[in-house]
Design a binder for this molecule. Structure first.
Ligand code: ATP
Ligand code: MG
Length: 263
């Protein structure tokens, strides 16, 4: 059995506001294996974003351990955390967080700037990644000139252009319709699986979570259940993908987002 890439042990996050204490995470333990697509699912306020932010080293825990690739995240200071994130982590947000005045290429190339990659290589890598997510015809478009699904594909390209070992995604399809949601989900899964990257996705939607190899159910800051179905749901239901999503047709093979040709 492979060593886990992420270990979370006895994790607590308690927010104090005046006299009040909110136990956002109330003793959480789990492991994630390399290459796994793990979904964290729970209702609003259950602690999903808190957990994700803590794993990414964006916020310190109150108590407990987060070990990623053998390194204790909770022991690192801010400058070490910045380096850790630059070297190992990609982020996909619900609201895309693209720079409105930059083109798709410039947005995707940005994380490479922080890594000190020269301009011509940055551009080449950004263009290649945008073609991978099927946006070869939108290279010079600014976010306002693209649909929500296209903007999120730019967000995915930006997260993956640095070839991160771990991809964190917080409600990445939260602003998309059900068709586009499944296209984007399929695309993320496909790229991440091909590159043997580990992805952790937060969602409030049990159906979307069921596409994960591992599904961690969280309620009131505690894990209530962990489901494992390696390979996730998409591959297991290849024959009947046309009618598994109430309220939409989807994931019809012909409609899948494909990389642009000549990449
Ligand atoms: N900075 C903060 N200060 C105080 N309380 C916080 C803070 N951040 C989160 N909380 C509280 O911690 C709990 C968990 O919040 P969290 O954002 O992790 O939930 P979530 O599962 O991501 O919800 P949603 O689906 O609405 O995004 C909530 O009760 C929230 O009010
Ligand atoms: Mg949240």
């Amino acid at each position: 059995m492979e060593k886990p890439v992420i270990q979370v042990k006895n994790l607590y996050k308690i927010y104090r506001i005046g006299e009040n204490k909110v136990r956002a995470l109330n003793g959480v333990d789990f492991t994630i294996q390399k290459g796994e697509f793990c979904c964290i699912v729970g209702t609003s306020g259950s602690g999903k974003s808190t957990l994700l932010n803590m794993m990414a080293g964006l916020e310190p825990p109150t108590k407990g351990e987060i070990i990623i690739g053998g390194e204790h995240i909770e022991r690192k200071n801010e400058s070490k955390l910045v380096l850790f994130r630059q070297a190992h982590v990609g982020f996909i947000f619900q609201s895309y967080n693209l720079m409105p005045n930059m083109t798709a290429v410039e947005n995707v190339a940005m994380p490479l700037t922080f890594q000190g990659v020269p301009k011509d290589i940055r551009e080449r890598k950004a263009i290649k990644m945008l073609k991978t997510v099927g946006l070869g015809k939108f290279l010079d478009h600014k976010p306002g000139q693209m649909s929500g699904g296209q903007q999120q594909r730019v967000g995915i390209a930006r997260a993956l252009v640095v070839d991160p070992e771990i991809v964190f995604a917080d409600e990445p399809t939260g602003n998309l319709d059900s068709n586009t949601t499944l296209e984007v989900l399929n695309l993320m899964r496909k790229i991440v699986h091909e590159k043997k990257q580990t992805m952790i996705m937060v969602t409030h939607d049990n159906y979307l979570a069921s596409f994960g190899d591992k599904v961690i159910h969280i309620r009131d800051g505690k894990i209530i259940k962990i489901d494992e179905h390696p390979g996730g749901r998409i591959e297991n239901t290849e024959e009947d993908t046309t009618d598994i999503y109430p309220g939409g047709t989807l994931a019809v093979p012909g409609e899948e987002i494909r990389p642009d040709e000549n990449t």
